[in-house]
Design a protein around this ligand. Sequence first.
Ligand code: PXG
Length: 459
Amino acid sequence: MINVHTAKLQQLDAAHYMHPFTDFKALAAQGSRIITNASGVYVTDSEGHQILDAMSGLWCVNMGYGQQALVDAATKQMTVLPFYNSFFNTAVAPAIELAALLADVTPPQFNHVFYSSSGSESNDTILRMVRRYWDILGQKQRKTIISRHNAYHGSTVAGASLGGMIGMHEHGDLPIPGIVHIGQPYYRENGLPLGVTEAEFGVIAASWLEDKILELGADKVAAFIGEPVQGAGGVIIPPATYWPEIQRICDKYGILLISDEVICGFGRLGTWFGCETMGTTPDFMTFAKGVTSGYIPLGGAMVSDRVAKVLFEGGDFNHGYTYSGHPVACAVAIANIKLMQELDIVNTVKNSTAPYLKQAFEALNDHPLVVDAQTLGMVGGLVLIKNKATGELFDDSVGVGMICRGHCFGNGLIMRAVGNRMIIAPPLTISHAEIDELVRLARLALDATYADLQTAGVI
Ligand code: PXG
């Protein structure tokens, strides 16, 4: 029996609230799980269940729940100046201070930022900046942006178009013109050809970019966009050979490189930004989520010196959001970045937490349902497989990921299911003991999933 408070909230929810990425009717019938409070790496629902949040909210609560310094920064800024805009030659101090701090913690080519309130908006900004850049340089025909199938770059019209999610393209006649997609560097989807090593596959997957550039004509291509590790697509960790080759191809044809760091930024991969792990020097970085550890919405585009120099010469750039440089959001981001620096969290992740997570999570490869359990920094994923010996995958109709996800929740663990992949992105602050607990709960869920599939005669 659920308590009265939960029932009342679920009733109001069903009556009035349209959730993101949701079958509205099905949710209204089922009732949502209502999360009421959180501390450290645990969230608590309205029924009093404590759940280990191995997804950091939605890839964002990097410094964990309950960080008082962030709360204090917001409270103080709200009292002093809750809002003023950055249009018409005005500015607010936290936005200026954060811009300087971001220039400090990002790779050396980045010294300028344009603020938004989300990853999606940031990619909209970048799309417009990329085209503006080529316009100013007198190359108006350079409009096309190349992305990848199964990429996620947000849910606005530009964000969803840049993304490579077919289910999203189907809703709203996307992508918009001038955005094309190549294959993702995921050998289970594209089939690792016999005798080809993973390293060789990375180079092959990157060569699809060159093929597409040559097909379109290099003088038509404005930019390439990619997530260092695809997050929402199922934590697709590319072979180490992939990104350096992408960089080489972009350089060869003078094409701008956009690293969408909404998930991989702010320490997630054990470096401040994912491009540092991958060895690229992008012209733009998209950021959001981890910049404030999700405590308040903030996003932005880091703009490289090469691009900024041109945009500075181009006169007006007719673009911006009411909340570009929101003082409260920027104050929280400053507190968050300072906390990251004080705790030396990026090095702790790199030298301690991520290696510990790697050995604990990758041990799940011994489970009869699991292959490809793999982590990089503080993201991880595994494939639920029907037959380990033959490599036969489950039919989509089995919904194996959702079965496993249900058991995770039942056992007090939040893991995300993407098709047949189970994925994690825990707070960077997670302890070794909490990692042990995460993996113990994951194994319980895998065992329960296995038992269900046996009972149903699927395996
Ligand atoms: N780029 C990347 C790489 C993202 O992961 C966005 C852009 C868009 O950010 P906003 O703030 O507009 O949501 C994201 C967001 C999932 C999931 O199912 C992932 C995201 C958002 C919603 C769901 O894993 N990532």
